[in-house]
Design a protein around this ligand. Structure first.
Ligand SMILES: NC(=O)C1=CN([C@@H]2O[C@H](COP(=O)(O)OP(=O)(O)OC[C@H]3O[C@@H](n4cnc5c(N)ncnc54)[C@H](O)[C@@H]3O)[C@@H](O)[C@H]2O)[C@@H](O)CC1
Ligand SMILES: Nc1ncnc2c1ncn2[C@@H]1O[C@H](COP(=O)(O)OP(=O)(O)O)[C@@H](O)[C@H]1O
Ligand SMILES: [Mg+2]
Length: 307
């Protein structure tokens, strides 16, 4: 039996997707995130696809920042720097992937070649983390920035942190329900019962893009327009899948895709990747961050092929 290119891809990667669904996804992507559908120029170089700086990885949480960095590379940015907030030396070496550069957070913040930042993966919430976040927000006010996890918990403690930045409209916040409850000083149940109102309130309060994560994540623009994401499944209910999302959106921002496209495309790709895995013979239970990132890479490549 002659194995066609696509079948070969499917068999090699274990990914399975109905061809009609893939055509539908390609048409949707061409309309809503056309940048994702452009094949790479033969003259590209790693600078073409930007450099993502990720600050986080406090003691015991090196996995979080490493998952975000690995996902960012799988989603196509040119370079990734990980800035560990409290480098316990052996940990970064344990996690080091040859394609990812490692640094301390202080050293990374001195770099001027970063085209987007992700702050918060495993940052921790003690005073030194707060100082680090404040520096990031004040020093890096002209580069798009995604705040996740502990960065959100710090903003919940000091809401004025975000207003110290010149332009909040190129900031993306990605709280899960627990982090959103902290940001709004309410209960998780109240958020669950009023998701649209909660995500709109967060976007208007901080003047930023907000992804309220969970089943059918909601995305609010800084002026309060809300859209619901239709991809994804409970296979994502595993530690690290939010760090992967932060890396995916951060990667698209680093590739100079505007925040309003990067946020919708990133959430959609992340959920669609999980749907591809759930439809494969593996099934949804036990998805790990690396598989989600690999499926995002596989899907990104399919989107550049003709419908
Ligand atoms: N491998 C690693 O190093 C990992 C590190 N992580 C880091 O750990 C720190 C704490 O993050 P966590 O999110 O784990 O801890 P949190 O304390 O922020 O959130 C966990 C709690 O939030 C609530 N919650 C979250 N989503 C909910 C939902 N959809 N519905 C209802 N309740 C919900 C639940 O009470 C849950 O126990 C962050 O900095 C994060 O980046 C995590 O990302 C997991 C992986
Ligand atoms: N039942 C579900 N259906 C769809 N997506 C889910 C579900 N549960 C979790 N997710 C997604 O998984 C991710 C979880 O993020 P988060 O809780 O921050 O994970 P972590 O911090 O452990 O990396 C979010 O993108 C969320 O939308
Ligand atoms: Mg998280």
């Amino acid at each position: 039996m002659v194995v066609s290119g696509n079948d070969r891809e499917r068999i090699m990667n274990g990914f399975q997707i109905d061809n009609e669904l893939l055509r539908q996804w390609r048409r949707l992507a061409l309309i809503h995130f056309p940048t994702l559908c452009q094949p790479r120029s033969a003259h590209s170089h790693k600078g073409t696809f930007g450099t993502l700086g990720i600050v986080g990885g406090a003691e015991g949480m090196a996995g979080s920042i490493t998952l975000a960095g690995m996902a960012a590379l799988h989603c196509g940015c040119g370079k990734v720097w990980l800035g560990f907030h409290q480098p316990a030396l052996p940990i970064p070496l344990l996690f080091q992937q040859p394609e990812i550069m490692l640094s301390t957070a202080n050293r990374l913040l001195q770099r001027s070649d970063i085209t987007a930042w992700v702050i918060g993966c495993g940052l921790g919430t003690e005073t030194s983390a707060l100082t680090k976040l404040t520096e990031c927000l004040q020093q890096k006010s002209v580069v798009p920035m995604l705040l996740d996890a502990d960065a959100l918990n710090l903003v919940a403690q000091q809401p004025a942190l975000l207003s110290s930045r010149q332009n909040q409209q190129d900031i993306i916040l990605t709280p899960h329900l627990g982090e959103a409850a902290r940001l709004l000083h309410c209960t998780i149940g109240e958020i669950q019962n009023n998701r649209y109102q909660a995500v709109r309130c967060l976007a208007e309060k901080y003047g930023a893009w907000v992804v309220l994560k969970g089943h059918q994540s909601l995305i609010a623009s800084p002026n309060g327009q809300v859209q619901q994401n239709e991809t994804g499944n409970a296979g994502l209910a595993t530690a690290g899948s939010g760090d992967v999302l932060a890396g995916i959106i951060g990667s698209l921002l680093a590739q100079r895709i505007p925040p309003q496209q990067a946020v919708y495309a990133g959430v959609w790709l992340h959920g669609a990747a999980a749907d591809i895995l759930a439809a494969s013979e593996i099934g949804p239970i036990g998805l790990c961050a690396g598989e989600i990132a690999a499926a995002v890479r596989w899907l990104r490549n399919r989107l550049t092929e003709p419908v």
